[in-house]
Design a protein around this ligand. Structure first.
Ligand SMILES: C[S@@+](CC[C@H](N)C(=O)[O-])C[C@H]1O[C@@H](n2cnc3c(N)ncnc32)[C@H](O)[C@@H]1O
Length: 222
């Protein structure tokens, strides 16, 4: 089983203190969920003084990562679990059967509803489940995990060497859901295994896709 943790994703509601800023007010409607999500492309000028700014307001990155992960053969074969951790330290687990909207505005609406209602469910079944545990607690719930932190600063590792330590093992792949900046110290302390899969910095969704494809190849999943 491969467990993907997309961490420090820039998925959050527009903070109250900038709701009266002209760049925010222009699009904001309480009846429209998608307009309530912070989006750097729209709210850039209102985000100047934000702490941790480079990681915030980037639901587009989470969108592309989730489309790649949940649409993969590995997910369809039941071998993938996907978690999203946000810059605000909220943690969610995706039902493998969820169909993520390909339309970006619809996706933003889904994320805003997720944060406001604390979960997305149909009847009694969660499609996106809120977790009360911290990132560290949830990772250590995985039995004997091999925890890999994917980072451009890691040890260069070929695709043949990523998942071979023990084929029956549970793997945890930690991938940053942000564009610039590095992982927080809290994330970096989750493992000593830092792996780099390229000589250059890649976009998060490319890394998600490769982390999955390499696992599929190592386990003959097509
Ligand atoms: C756009 S990058 C953020 C750049 C950041 N300086 C970093 O640590 O790689 C988003 C995420 O993609 C992953 N990533 C990017 N380049 C990588 C590489 N060469 N090898 C492994 N993971 C990579 C990391 O998980 C990173 O947090």
């Amino acid at each position: 089983m491969l467990n993907i943790f997309l961490v420090e994703c820039g998925v959050e509601l527009i903070p109250k203190r900038i709701r009266s800023h002209p760049a925010v007010k222009r699009n904001l409607s309480m009846r429209n969920y998608s307009s309530q999500l912070l989006d750097n492309a729209l709210h850039h000028s209102a985000m100047h003084n934000f702490k941790n700014r480079s990681k915030r307001g980037r639901p587009d990155i989470a969108h592309l990562c989730l489309l790649n992960a949940l649409g993969s053969p590995l997910n369809k074969s039941g071998g993938l679990r996907v978690y999203m951790h946000t810059v605000k330290d909220r943690l969610f687990e995706f039902n493998p059967e969820i169909r993520i909207a390909k339309n970006y505005n619809r996706f933003k609406g889904l994320m805003a509803k997720l944060l406001i209602d604390n979960g997305i469910r149909v009847n009694e079944t969660y499609l996106i489940k809120p977790l009360k545990k911290t990132l560290e607690q949830k990772i250590h719930d995985v039995e004997h995990p091999e925890i890999l932190i994917f980072t451009e600063n890691g040890k260069h590792t070929s695709h043949n060497d990523l998942y071979i330590k023990s084929p029956s093992k549970e793997y945890v792949a930690i991938i940053g859901g942000f564009q610039k900046a590095n992982f927080s110290e809290a994330v970096l302390s989750l493992s000593n295994e830092y792996v780099s899969i390229s000589e250059t910095a890649l976009n998060a969704w490319i890394v998600v896709s490769r982390a999955i494809i390499y696992y599929e190849l190592a386990n003959n999943i097509f």
